[in-house]
Design a protein around this ligand. Structure first.
Ligand code: NAP
Length: 387
């Protein structure tokens, strides 16, 4: 394997002003420290959390300038330390740490023992790029429904990538789903895809219909990605003892919750953050779960790419990420290594994520089955048998 170059292109954020503050610049390729690997990035999605980060409204900020991007896929090209070296040459999905630069660059440094997961044969680098955030979130939320023995759940922003994953996972587990969307077109799309219960939050009778469905289906758990007044509306209409888990704030507003349901009906509102959830998993636990998720990437946990944009070159604004894009969610972009093909990108490019197709360049064939963690590490970590 040839040595990495000295410089690379990266999308750099110079102010917490949204996509307008992004520029393609040349940077030195970072050198792995102990326990770190250098990953040559093949694809990285643009998720709602990235857009929130660009505005400085995510759960944390980093000193500027910084490279955004919370997850990616690629190939490990260098590593420091025995364990990291064992990953050398592997195709991996990786989550980006809180400190340091993110994934919208040609190379990233990743903690080998953190969220760096070898891809199974047959999983494309495009699929692997969105392995860690949305599928893990959908799975973790649905497990809450399963463990709490909730016969049905309510979910908002049901037309989102996570929402569709939640709906498929629930269907397989025979958990009812009341899907709440904000547009009739989205409602029609979900119904056409087989969703039985779909409500539009803008309809005059929304509250009454939500209350009636919750009662009939005994929906006592809600996954809310919108927040604002909708959180309170869910709480009011759900049966006594219900719980609303807020895991996103697509409305850009804080949840508005009336006190009555909390005080008199034992209802609760709480949050979910994937980062906390991943922190509860051991390394073997993460690897096992990642393998399970990968097997469903073509099925229940599939994502769609709405557009693909290249990283571009030269010191200039990124052509695919423009001011105002973050107002248009639902279009997950993959920043691939292919150059931007304007015919594939809509005029005002939305940069949510909706993985639908991907890079126009041919993806490398999947490599051999990963032996990861290496056998000695598996023993040390208590992992036995095939992952
Ligand atoms: N807490 C965590 O750890 C965690 C992890 C992963 C994801 N998330 C959250 O999960 C949510 C979904 O992510 P995703 O990647 O699946 O999103 P996505 O595919 O980009 O889809 C976003 C969806 O939200 C809808 N939407 C946007 N603004 C809305 C509003 N104000 N009211 C109602 N609906 C609205 C969009 O509908 P239109 O088509 O009408 O625009 C679209 O269907 C996001 O909030 C994300 O931050 C949280």
């Amino acid at each position: 394997m040839s040595a990495p170059p000295k410089t690379m292109r990266a999308l750099v954020l110079s102010a917490y002003d949204g996509p307008a503050a992004l520029e393609v610049v040349d940077k030195p390729v970072p050198v792995p420290g102990p326990g770190q690997v250098l990953v040559k990035v093949e694809a990285a999605p643009v998720n709602p959390s990235d857009l929130t980060f660009l505005r400085g409204r995510y759960g944390f900020t980093r000193p500027l300038p910084t490279v955004p991007g919370f997850e990616a896929s690629g190939r490990v090209v260098a590593g420091s330390g025995g364990y990291a070296r064992a990953l050398q040459g592997r195709r991996v999905a990786c989550g980006v740490q809180r400190q340091g630069d993110g994934a919208w660059a040609e190379y990233i440094l990743v903690d080998a023992r953190g969220a760096c997961v070898p891809l199974l044969p047959g999983v494309t680098l495009e699929q692997g790029a969105t392995l860690l955030i949305n599928p893990f979130t959908a799975l973790a939320l649905v497990e809450q429904a399963q463990e709490g023995r909730h016969p049905a759940v309510v979910q908002t922003a049901a037309g989102s990538a996570v929402g569709k994953m939640i709906a498929r996972l629930c269907a397989r587990r025979r958990i009812g789903v009341i899907n709440v969307v904000r547009r009739p077109e989205q409602a029609a799309e979900l119904r056409a895809a087989g969703a039985e219960h779909v409500l539009c939050s803008g309809d005059a009778d929304f509250g009454a219909r939500l209350g009636e469905r919750c009662k009939t289906l005994r929906a006592t758990l809600a996954f809310d990605a919108v927040a604002g007044p909708l959180t309170g509306r869910l709480l009011e209409e759900m049966p006594p003892g219900s719980r609303v888990v807020v895991y996103g704030a697509l409305s850009g507003e804080a949840p508005v919750v009336p006190p009555g349901p909390l005080i008199f009906e034992r209802k609760r509102v709480e949050g979910f953050w994937l980062s906390d959830y991943l922190g509860t998993l051991s390394l073997p636990g993460l690897v096992r779960r990642a393998a399970r998720v990968q097997r469903s990437l073509g099925g229940d946990l599939r994502a769609e790419v709405r557009a693909r944009v290249g990283l571009g070159g030269g010191r200039r604004r990124h052509p695919g990420l423009r001011a105002g894009d973050e107002r248009r969610q639902g279009a997950h972009y993959a920043l691939g290594r292919a150059r931007l093909d304007p015919s594939k990108v809509q005029a005002s490019v939305p940069i949510g994520v909706q993985l639908r197709g991907l890079m126009s360049r041919k993806l490398p064939r999947a490599g051999p089955a990963p032996d990861w963690p290496p056998a000695d590490q598996r023993r040390a970590d208590g992992v036995s048998g095939p992952l």
